[in-house]
Ligand binder design. Structure first.
Ligand code: C5P
Length: 236
């Protein structure tokens, strides 16, 4: 049975600068979202892709995806929410209940190699409940006491870098477990920045598999410059 993928794509992307919603910004003349959906659709492990679009842009996003060939995979577009977490929950609700494996992939990671998608889906299929791709950190990281912008921030500690990982997407899960975690999170204040974080919050086990440097998230203007260069190198 094939996996379904949820793509939260309802963010405004303010850190990228003014303009269209982030998922619709172009990379090599094609919206980030189309790259991301294609990267998932290319995987033989994936049968359905559900996109959580900006609520006022559902028809536009559906037409956009329709106009690009997506390897004959099913694509559904639903309205996303006010937070990434809510967008994922709404996307999960559109997946058939008999689906066993679900992947959650940020629209903002347009260049994830298909090998990462395949590896995450395979790890879930092999029995892991929650799987996240991740890479070692290049920078040393310090935990600080946050201060108003610009003010010096006291350092509290420097975690051992060799045990830290920067996590990417797609993250893979047993669908029922992820859907349950999202429903439970509705009653509490569990607010996390990735889906595996929700599983951890409720005491579940999460494992990390190797990610890829090209699965980086397009967040700031410099990331778009890098993404254009990676794409140009692939097309060369
Ligand atoms: O803001 P950030 O870069 O962490 O967003 C990660 C992903 O979550 C992006 O693909 C963005 O479109 C999505 N998102 C969403 N709904 C929101 C906020 C972010 O689907 N309300």
């Amino acid at each position: 049975q094939l996996a379904a993928a949820v793509v939260p794509a309802a963010g405004r992307g303010e850190r990228l600068g003014p303009g269209a919603p982030k998922a619709l910004r172009e990379l090599g003349g094609v919206p980030l979202l189309v790259h991301a959906v294609r990267a998932l659709a290319r995987s033989r492990a994936v049968g359905l892709v559900v996109v959580a679009a900006p609520p006022q842009g559902v028809a536009e996003v559906a037409a956009l995806l329709d106009s690009h060939g997506l390897d004959g995979k099913d694509v559904k577009v639903v309205a996303g929410g006010a937070t990434r977490q809510e967008s994922v929950r709404l996307g999960l609700a559109a997946i058939p209940a008999e689906t066993e494996v679900v992947l959650v992939h940020d629209a903002a990671r347009p260049l994830v190699p298909v090998e990462v998608v395949d590896a995450v889906a395979a790890a879930v299929r092999a029995g892991a409940g929650a799987v996240v791709p991740a890479v070692p950190l290049a920078d040393t990281v310090k935990r600080v006491e946050p201060q108003p912008a610009g003010a010096p921030e006291p350092v509290l500690e420097t975690p051992d870098r060799s045990a830290l990982r920067a996590v990417q997407t797609p993250q893979g899960f047993r669908r029922a477990a992820l859907a349950e975690a999202h429903e439970k999170a509705l009653d509490g204040e569990a607010q996390v920045t990735d889906d595996a974080g929700l599983i951890e919050h409720f005491g579940g086990r999460v494992v990390v598999v190797p990610g890829h440097e090209e699965a980086f998230k397009v967040t700031r203007p410099l990331d778009l410059v890098l993404a254009e260069a990676v794409l140009a190198r692939r097309r060369a």
